[in-house]
Design a protein around this ligand. Sequence first.
Ligand code: DGT
Ligand code: CA
Ligand code: CA
Length: 572
Amino acid sequence: MRNAEISRLFDELADLLEVEGANAFRVRAYRNAARTIESYSGSLTTLAGQGVSALTELPGIGDDLAKKIVTIVNTQRLPQLDEIRQRVPPVVLEMLRIPNLGPKKAAALVDALQIKSLDELRAAAEQDRIASLKGFGAKSQRLILEGLAQPTTTDTRYLISDARSAADPIVADLQQSQAVVQVTLAGSSRRGRETCADLDVIATSADVNAVMDRLAANSSVENVLQRGETKQRVRLFSGIEMDLRVVPEESYGAALVYFTGSKAHNIELRRRAQERGLKINEYGVFRGEERIAGRTEEEVYAAVDLPWIPPELREDRGEFARAEAGTLPELVTLADIRGDLHMHTTATDGKATIREMAEAAKERGLKYIAITDHSKRVSMARGLDAARLRAHWDEIDKVRGEVHGIEILRGVECDILENATMDLDDQVLSEADWVIGVLHYGLKQPRETIMRRLMAAIQNPHVDIIGHPSGRLLTRREGADIDFDEFLKAAADHGVMLEINADPHRLDLDDVHAAAAKDLGIPIVISTDAHSTGGLDLMHYGVQQARRAGLEKADIANTRSFAQFRKLLRRP
Ligand code: DGT
Ligand code: CA
Ligand code: CA
C-alpha cells in the first residue's frame, strides 16, 4: 500500500469521529498521524514490516497508532473505520465535501431532518427548514445552498504550469481594474503544489459587482458557473475552473490565509485560535464580536503567536512546530540560482544549438551551465554514442572559446539500462565534466531491479548526479517503485547529488523526498532539463518544489559560485 492510501484512511477516521462528536484530542491524533504518514519519505509498508517499535519512532505515532498501521498494511483494512462507517450515514461524508459545512453541522442536520441524500438536503434548504434549526440560521442555510450549487469537482488535476498560465494573465487583468485594490492567487497554486484541481483568487474591492463583471468579461472565461454575493466561479476555455472571492480590505489577510490553505493547515490554525479564546475565519480573527486581526497575513499569524509562514510550507507537515520554535527555514529563491546543469541541444532532441543555449542562459543571468544531451539508448531522440558524444564535446569546446562570461560543462544524460549497466562505457564517462544518470526505460520493473539499477549508477565513480529519480510524468504516469530509504542513504554515502527536475511534468524529486535528502546532507541540484531556450524559464517551478521541501540556499548546489560548485564534485 502506498503511504497516501494509508493516510487517507486515518483522515477519514478523523472526519467520522468528528461527526460522532468524539474527543477532540483523539480526532487530532488521527489527523496528525495522517500528516506524518503523508510526509514520511520511505515506504510505510516496509517500516511496518519491522514491527510496531519501528513505527513508534515516527513523530506522533504511539503504540496504538502503530498497531493500527500494522493492521492496515497486513489486511488493507482498519476495523475501527469499518465499524464507524456502519454507524455514520454515508450522506454525511458527502456533506463534508460541501464548503462551509463542518462535521458537527453535518451530523446535526442528518439528525434533525433525517436527511439521506444531498438532494434531500437541498430540498430542506429550499423549503426553509434549516434556518430555524438550533445552531443554524438564514445565513447557514444560504451558505449550504451556495455550497450545493457548486458543480461537483471531478478528480482532474492540472499541472502547476497549466494552472499558472491560466491564472496569471487573469490576475494581471483584474489588477488593471479601477475597482480592484488588491488581487492575489491563493489555493494550491499559491502553495506551489505540483498539480491543482482549480484556481482560487482573492480580491479586495468596494465594488464587488465591478470585479465580478471584469472577470466574466475576460476573454479566457468560457462561462460563469455561479455568482453569489462574495463568490464567483467560472470555467475557463482551458477547462480549469476558477473561484474568485471578493472581500473587504480589512479581511484581505484573513481571506488570503483561509483560501491559500491547505485545509489541514487551516484546521491547525483554527485550533490554535480556539486555544487562545479566538475565532478565525475568512473575514478575520475575532475575540467575541471584536475583530483583532485580518488586514494582512502577518497580522493573522501574529494573533495566534506565530511568525508569517511561507505558503509553500502550509501543509501541516511540521511548519507549526518550526514557526513556534523560530526555526522556519529561510527558503531558497529563484534569485539564488547561478547555474543550470541539465539541458539539451539540437545534437539530440533540443531545439536550440549549444551556442544559443549558452547565450540564452547568460541573458538570464546564469554563470554556468551543463550541456547534457541524451545517450544512445534514447534512440527516438537520436541519443549519442561515444564517437558522436566526443564530437559534440568538441563543439562545446568551440563555443566555450566564443561565448564569454559563462562556464559550459561538457555533460551527458546517460541512461541507466534495464540490465543495470550504464549506456556509455566508463572510459567515455570519465572524459565528461558532468554525468547525469537517469532511468528512462523499464520503469515498471520490480522494486529490486529498479534498486539494482540505481545502486549501480550511484556506485559508478563517474556519475555525478541522478536526474529525475522516479521518472514519473505528472498526471500521466507513475514513477518507478523506489526504496527511497536505501536510495537516499546510498546517494549520501557515495557523494552523489540528486536532481529536482524543474520541468512541470516531472518536479522529481518531489517535496517529501527532497526534504529527506536534505536531512541526509545530500546536495540537491535544481535543473530545467530545457529542450529550448524558453525551457530555461521554468527554473522557478523547481525552486518552488524545493521551497515546499523546506530547502534553503545552502542545500542547493547550483546556488554556489562555479568555483565552489566544482568543489562538490566527486572528481573536481
Ligand atoms: P486543490 O484545488 O485541490 O488543488 O487544492 P486547494 O488547496 O486549492 O483546495 P480548494 O480549492 O478546495 O480550497 C482552497 C482553500 O480553501 C483550501 O486550501 C483551504 C480552504 N478550504 C476549502 N475547504 C475548506 C474546509 O472545509 N475547511 C477549511 N478549514 N478550509 C477549507
Ligand atoms: Ca484550488
Ligand atoms: Ca477552489
